[in-house]
Design a protein around this ligand. Structure first.
Ligand code: GTR
Length: 345
């Protein structure tokens, strides 16, 4: 049944190299991964500049939070760019126990942090640290060239859009976390909701230091396959939010079936690390079924590396029946477009 559903989407082949060789080994997958990264950079999200040599963090403030169960550090991160130093603030919340907890990098819509999309006390009680930043403190969610966007030259066709910039910032947060001894940067998960779910996926796709990515209701140009998708389309997203992407992406508006790429390729770049795609049943704009099918279609990138991909019955799971056994996890929960406690839990 899933095979038939996928066949209808007529996806471009994931497991075939550009020269026609089948990807049958983990070694060949490394070659394929490079091709796919380049494809998505050139046609969808744009090329990001190289990482800066180092990131410094200045702790501005230290506060006990969550009934004293955790400490919040307000930190300014700074690094060099071709046009001078760039800084943005983050909040790092570290539970008192366990020692050296795993850490979420949360790309957030809001300041102050935490917010309605980050149930911090539950997260802390479960023993996780969180490093969060407001995405607009990196660059504004507009076509304006401000913040990080103003610090690098940008090619009109292939230069990064704001999704690439926000993703780059999440990687700089991880650079900083690697310098701290009170969190485990080897167990870092990048996460975000909606446009920031797209960003979390693109971040983990490029930055293999993240051992996990969780996208929430990321939809179009995130976890959802574009071919046959309902709700938002490439035409609509590149008309309303062209600056999220590189200039080339617009060329694929209304030409989904001709594009040499689709979103299962984005997910595949996270293999063999852990990926969790969250959907909400009333979020038809994002299209849960297209998000689920992308997980199925991306799974061979895990199996070729001897990690099971999505472990699923031969159909879309029922609402609130999470699939959490494989390297790719998926759930569709009750309700609307929102980063809820259910998703975090
Ligand atoms: C919508 C957009 C979606 C999604 C959402 C959000 O307007 O069409 O792609 O990203 O915004 O970020 O909340």
């Amino acid at each position: 049944m899933l095979n038939e559903k996928l066949a209808e989407r007529r996806l471009p082949a994931l497991m075939t190299l550009n020269d026609g060789r089948a990807v049958t080994t983990a070694k060949l997958w490394r070659e394929r991964r490079e091709e796919l990264l380049d494809l998505l950079r050139r046609e969808e999200y744009g090329y990001s500049p190289a990482a800066p040599e180092s990131v410094t963090g200045t702790v501005e403030k230290e506060t006990l939070v969550c009934a004293g169960k955790a400490t919040q550090y307000d930190v300014t991160l700074s690094f060099d760019t071709p046009r001078g130093p760039f800084s943005f603030p983050i909040a790092l919340i570290v539970p008192k126990a366990p020692e050296k907890p795993p850490v979420f990098v949360h790309i957030s819509f809001f300041t102050p942090i935490p917010s309605k999309y980050l149930p911090i006390e539950e997260v802390v009680d479960r023993g996780y640290a969180v490093a969060a930043f407001n995405y607009e403190s990196v660059t504004s969610d507009k076509a304006d060239i401000d913040g990080l966007a103003a610090m690098y030259p940008i090619d009109e066709k292939t230069g990064w859009g704001t999704i690439g910039m926000w993703a780059f910032a999440a990687s700089r947060v991880l650079d900083y976390l690697e310098t701290r001894s009170d969190v485990d940067a080897q167990r870092a998960c990048v996460t975000g909701h909606s446009r920031l779910g797209k960003t979390a996926l693109w971040c983990a796709a490029q930055d293999e230091r993240f051992t996990m990515a969780v996208s929430n209701d990321s939809g179009c140009s995130g976890a959802a396959i574009s071919r046959g998708k309902v709700g938002e389309s490439i035409e609509r997203i590149t008309r309303v939010f062209p600056y999220w992407f590189c200039g080339n992406y617009r060329a694929w508006a209304d030409r989904e079936y001709e594009a040499p790429f689709d979103q299962h390729m984005l997910l595949s770049l996270i293999a063999p690390r852990r990926l969790y795609v969250c959907s909400a049943i009333e979020d038809t704009w994002a299209d849960p079924e297209s998000e689920f099918l992308a997980c199925v279609a991306a799974s061979p990138a895990w199996s070729v590396q001897r990690v099971p991909g999505l472990i699923t019955p031969d159909d879309m799971p029922a609402v609130n029946q999470p699939l959490m056994e494989g390297g790719v996890c998926y759930h569709v929960r009750t309700g609307t477009h929102f980063h809820s406690r259910t998703d975090w839990n």
